[in-house]
Design a protein around this ligand. Structure first.
Ligand SMILES: Nc1ncnc2c1ncn2[C@@H]1O[C@H](COP(=O)(O)OP(=O)(O)OP(=O)(O)O)[C@@H](O)[C@H]1O
Ligand SMILES: [Mg+2]
Length: 155
């Protein structure tokens, strides 16, 4: 499992651009980490690396729940922080997004793992001190362990 370390917001964006090049065109990517860990920051880099927007154009979908980037809808950025129940997911139409040939970045999605595609990428962002972040990337497949990182309960 690749483990990266960054020590600034800019480095995390640059890492996201690097990781974007390794992603399949169709992939669900869970971004896991506590409040302020850098999930949206990493998403800025991934969206940029996929050529769908610039970092400044990527904002947190906390209230809108889903943002779409790229002329062909190649990247979706979803934030499930505000959802409480799995049945609320059905109203979002996420399954339709998962079926598309697109990268779907999901913050706070680890609480709904049973509703996610079994084949996906999970990226865990751990906060240590100051601006240091430890970022682990794991490709999850059918039947493999999915508990890759210790996830904090949503505050
Ligand atoms: N190494 C780093 N990588 C990313 N962000 C960093 C880093 N060091 C400091 N920061 C700061 O941490 C914050 C990360 O915010 P961001 O919105 O990306 O977090 P988040 O995980 O999406 O939070 P939320 O759960 O609220 O959506 C920013 O204010 C950023 O400037
Ligand atoms: Mg965020």
């Amino acid at each position: 499992m690749p483990v990266y370390r960054t020590s600034s917001e800019e480095e995390t964006i640059a890492l996201g651009e690097h990781l974007a090049r390794q992603l399949p065109r169709k992939q669900v990517v869970l971004l896991i980490g506590q409040l302020g860990a850098g999930k949206t920051t990493l998403a800025k880099g991934i969206v940029t690396g996929l050529g769908a927007a610039t970092p400044d154009e990527v904002s947190s979908p906390t209230f809108t729940l889903i943002h779409e980037y790229g002329s062909e809808g190649r990247v979706y950025h979803v934030d499930l922080y505000r959802l409480d129940e799995p049945r609320e997911l059905a109203t979002l139409g996420l399954e339709d997004l998962f079926d598309r040939e697109a990268v779907v970045l999901v913050e706070w999605g680890e609480r709904f793992r049973q509703l996610l595609p079994p084949e996906r990428t999970e990226i865990c962002i751990g906060m240590t001190t100051g601006e240091e972040r430890e970022i682990k990337v794991q490709r999850i497949g059918r039947g493999s362990a999915t508990e890759m990182c210790v996830t904090e309960p949503r505050p």
